[in-house]
Design a protein around this ligand. Structure first.
Ligand code: ATP
Ligand code: ATP
Lengths: 217, 217
């Protein structure tokens, strides 16, 4: 289980806090507005009122050992820019929401590890779905199924997919094979394809079946 | 190709306009702010300044024959509520962005065909990705690949997946079979599974290969 700090408890931040906490992680929820902090008190590890622009307040929160700090403090560039700057100074891994392309570039220059554009990304997905009416919304199989990358197990090297009978043995499906050396992707691989040690398998299955498959040596 | 109206040209709306237009659809882009409308002039079929709360202005836009009207007019419930109400009166299919759960319920009561929650949905996806560090972000295979539902072709009924050799013949992969009668999903189906006429195939492949597969009778 991991430790997260979420700064900014709007619709995005509060949903993120709840989902991560429900998934069993430690979550510190931070906002300048007392009522938003209060509302999340029972749905996170720790809910704190703080001004992310204030270096002293931010340092007092014990954020040095979080795995990710996620910054989503709205339209005002000042709060996100300062918060990201201080968090990077503290050596924390930072993900921040950008309100525009330029804002995103500023955040990258500050060393933010990942800049996200939720409205833009959702609009792109929606455009794709509207353009393809029978296209399922990318996760048609429900939340219990995932697609994950798994390094090819040693015992599979040099064997073909059909001789390995992976679907029957592990209840997972290899939807693509990525060649880590050339970074090329072989999607919908054929039964005759032989696995090599530089292959990374892109697999589909339930979380449990995927976890079990990752144990294979 | 389809016709869309997008009302509200913030980050979400403007991205949607551009993507749909680039995908070859007709797009009418509408906003109350002249500069936002102007900025999109060359990236849509028609860019119009209008107040979505005004029934007369809305009716003057010739929206009756759009396939979808997408309403994303920000925090103020008044504009989205009125716009959705008038659009449904005009018999248009409406997708609207909700700023809260209650706002979403109001929109549903008004008959909005689909209510969307971009910030919440992106936060859920992000939480999933952060919880599973080697989980690819749902579309690991790149934008040229899709997952789509296709009704089982008549010639496949009564046959097993392995005898149909679908991957070899059509370069697509059946990742799941949905039974339309019971609405249950058989994910990572096995080669011995026999197809019935109530089956819907959930298939992965490139857009071209999927289009070709949909021609199969
Ligand atoms: N300096 C700050 N320190 C801490 N929190 C802040 C600061 N400035 C703004 N916030 C918080 O950030 C949160 C998110 O901001 P806001 O709701 O404006 O925008 P948003 O990111 O668009 O929200 P949403 O996630 O709903 O789309 C608010 O709850 C606000 O109180
Ligand atoms: N009555 C109205 N008629 C037409 N457009 C409107 C009306 N009211 C607001 N808008 C437009 O809706 C757009 C979106 O609103 P706003 O930027 O406040 O919120 P948003 O939906 O959170 O945006 P984003 O997509 O950037 O997250 C704005 O460009 C605004 O001008």
């Amino acid at each position: 289980m991991a430790r997260f700090a979420v700064i900014g408890l709007g619709r995005f931040g509060s949903t993120l806090v709840r989902s991560l906490y429900q998934a069993g992680h430690e979550v510190i929820a931070i906002d300048i507005e007392a009522d938003l902090v209060q509302a999340l008190r029972d749905e996170c590890t720790q809910a704190v009122i703080a001004d992310a622009r204030d270096k002293t307040q931010l340092r007092g929160l014990g954020l040095k050992d979080v795995d990710w700090a996620v910054v989503s403090v709205g339209e005002h560039l000042e709060a996100s820019t300062l918060a990201c700057f201080y968090l990077k100074e503290m050596g924390v891994k930072v993900m921040a929401r950008a309100v525009s392309g330029d804002h995103g570039k500023i955040l990258e220059v500050l060393g933010v590890d990942e800049v996200i554009y939720p409205e833009r990304d959702m609009a792109l997905r929606l455009a794709d779905r509207l353009s393809h009416p029978n296209l399922l919304d990318y996760v048609p199989l429900g939340p219990e199924y995932s697609i994950m990358e798994v390094a090819v197990p040693d015992s599979f090297i040099g064997k073909s997919l059909q001789e390995l009978k992976i679907r029957n043995r592990y209840r997972i499906q290899i939807v693509a094979i990525r060649d880590a050396l050339t970074d090329t992707l072989n999607v919908v691989p054929q039964g005759e394809d032989v696995l090599k040690d530089s292959d990374v398998l892109v697999v589909l299955g339930t979380r449990d079946d995927l976890d079990r498959f990752r144990e294979v040596r």
